[in-house]
Design a protein around this ligand. Structure first.
Ligand code: ME8
Length: 532
């Protein structure tokens, strides 16, 4: 790997048979946070997301809605793009599998695997639901019937191209053994190893029972299996096959971030396709947990699918990003509820962070003419008293963020930042600047205390910027610094104590997060039709 290798992170590409929901938002916000964090570290980053537009699911959804699959895809893709804009997702590219370039790349990939001797024509036999035109495996059936429509199914055979996945069992197991961090969290890695040890069967990678897909080269009776097509997005968006230089600078990806539902496709199928094509394997597959809603599985039939746009309308972007990243340990399952969300907003955002900023700024306006006062040593006040406690707290927060981000423990990183926020609030309570202000002899001390708190806030904004980019910007504006997203100093530079410049004008204090009052909460509850 060359030293300049770009940090490459991906989300799954989402199906366009339905509009985006909370689960999609979750993965994408998490990946965005990693991308922003690595950029803040000064790294070159390529952050990819997109949509999976082929396959029977999409074809069927289009038919139900009386439109062509491409029309459906063109319409729904806008819903994803619009949501990512509202959530401040900073992806560098958005791939659609119906793009001409991707289609060519998938056929090229298919050919490469074919030329290796890993694809053969055989018979595919499984349970078929005629009304749904879908094959199901034994385990997918519900009480022996179609899991979609509940009607009876029959054993049916069709011609299919198969990928010789069975050939790769040993190579895969030895790859896992040599790369113990390939699948995270660890429990999932063990599951995958057990699955592969159980034996790999060859995989059917073409279909003839529907048309909406990329044709198999030289046999247009068949379309390429949607997962073969979809997984290849990670290389096709990186310049495969026609731009080997770009591909080398991006591939292999550092992290494929996915939900646990699609781990097998990423940790078993994908590596074997790549091995066959002679391409390097990604460094890590990180599979996160599953969100339920108010204790129940999110599903259309329960009518409890959470629309992220409606959450954004009611709560705003940063509270939603914060909640998703803070509420649940990344990797574990979580339960979404309005009451826990409201609690997070009021306690962590409004009380802890919002109050710290507003009380500090109003004191700086009152006691220091709205300017940054001199800090240590200019204020003449001993460092041990005025800057040391917060300087040390800021350093601890930085270390916690660094450590946690290596393992994508967003909740721990945020908890670490909140330790700093808590330390700054406690520092103000203890130093009581309002008392110092009464005594002209305490001027130096007052300056030192205000300076340190402003500096702690500046560092908090830097540390928060990958998680809550909007809030970081607002905090910086109020602190009178305007680093702008692109030219932000790197994490190391920005967390050097003393970045606030004495004499600089501070901005106007504005509430960051208005507390959700009983009245607002009632409004929210009624807008989501939540009954008590
Ligand atoms: O599987 N909790 O697309 P998809 C957490 N096109 N995350 C959730 C979730 C939930 N309840 N529900 C969905 C596909 N997700 C394929 C992917 S990639 C080459 C092809 C998230 O639209 C989670 O990231 O069904 C999951 O893996 C993804 O949405 C599935 O999205």
């Amino acid at each position: 790997m060359t030293p300049e290798k770009t940090f490459y992170i991906t989300t799954p590409i989402y199906y366009v048979n339905d509009v985006p929901h909370l689960g999609h938002a979750y993965t994408t916000v998490a990946a965005d946070t990693v991308a922003r964090y690595r950029r803040l570290e000064g790294k070159k980053v390529f952050f990819l997301t997109g949509t999976d537009e082929h396959g029977q699911k999409v074809e069927r959804a289009a038919r139900q809605q009386g439109e062509a699959p491409q029309e459906l895809a063109d319409r729904v893709v806008e819903r994803f793009k619009g949501l990512w804009q509202r959530l401040e997702i900073s992806n560098d590219y958005f791939i659609r599998t119906t793009e001409a370039h991707h289609k060519g790349a998938v056929q090229h990939f298919f050919n490469q695997v074919y030329e290796k001797g890993d694809i053969y024509l055989g018979d595919y036999e499984d349970w078929y639901c005629t009304p749904c035109e879908t094959f199901w495996t034994e385990t997918q059936l519900v009480q022996g019937n179609c899991p979609d429509c509940g009607r009876s199914v029959e054993k049916l055979k069709e011609k299919s191209y198969f990928f010789r996945m069975s050939r790769y069992q040993e190579a895969l197991l030895s790859f896992y053994a040599q790369n113990p961090h390939f699948v995270q969290p660890q429990a999932r890695y063990n599951e995958i190893i057990r699955f592969v040890q159980g034996g790999l069967r060859d995989l059917s990678i073409s279909r003839t029972s529907f048309r909406w897909g990329i044709p198999v080269p030289r046999d247009s009776q068949h379309v390429i299996y949607v997962w073969f097509d979809a997984l290849a997005n990670y290389i096709s968006a990186a310049g495969y096959p026609e731009d080997p230089q770009q591909l080398e600078s991006l591939w292999p990806a550092n992290i494929h971030l996915i939900g646990k539902d699609i781990l097998r496709f990423h940790a078993v199928y994908w590596p074997t396709f790549l091995m066959s094509a002679g391409l390097p394997l990604p460094h890590q597959i990180f599979s996160h947990g599953w969100w339920t809603v108010e204790g129940r599985k999110m599903s259309k039939s329960l009518q409890n699918v959470v629309d992220p746009n409606r959450l954004l309308d009611q709560y705003g972007v940063d509270p939603i990003r914060y909640y998703l990243l803070r509420e649940v340990a990344f990797g574990l399952d979580g339960d979404f509820s309005h009451s826990t969300l409201i609690h997070r907003v009021n306690s962590d955002l409004a009380n802890d962070l919002g109050n710290l900023l507003s009380r500090t700024l109003s004191m700086a306006h009152r006691y220091s003419q709205g300017q940054v006062p001199p800090g240590y040593p200019a204020s003449g006040c001993p460092a041990a008293e005025v800057s040391e406690p917060l300087r040390a707290a800021a350093e601890r927060a930085l270390n916690e963020v660094r450590r946690s981000m290596e393992e994508l423990a967003f909740h721990k990183a945020l908890a670490g930042i909140w330790e700093l926020v808590g330390a700054a609030n406690k520092f103000i309570d203890e130093k009581a600047p309002w008392n110092l202000a009464k005594d002209p002899e305490q001027r130096d001390r007052l300056d030192g205390v205000l300076y340190s708190t402003l500096e702690a806030l500046r560092q908090t904004a830097t540390l928060l910027s990958p998680f809550l980019p909007g809030i970081a910007r607002q905090m910086e504006e109020q602190l009178g610094i305007h680093p702008g997203d692109g030219e932000r100093p790197t994490l190391g530079e920005a967390t050097r104590w003393g970045g606030m410049k004495a004499g600089k004008a501070l901005g106007k204090p504005e509430p960051l997060f208005p507390r959700l009052t009983a009245e607002r909460i009632a409004e929210i509850r009624s807008s989501f039709r939540i009954e008590d």
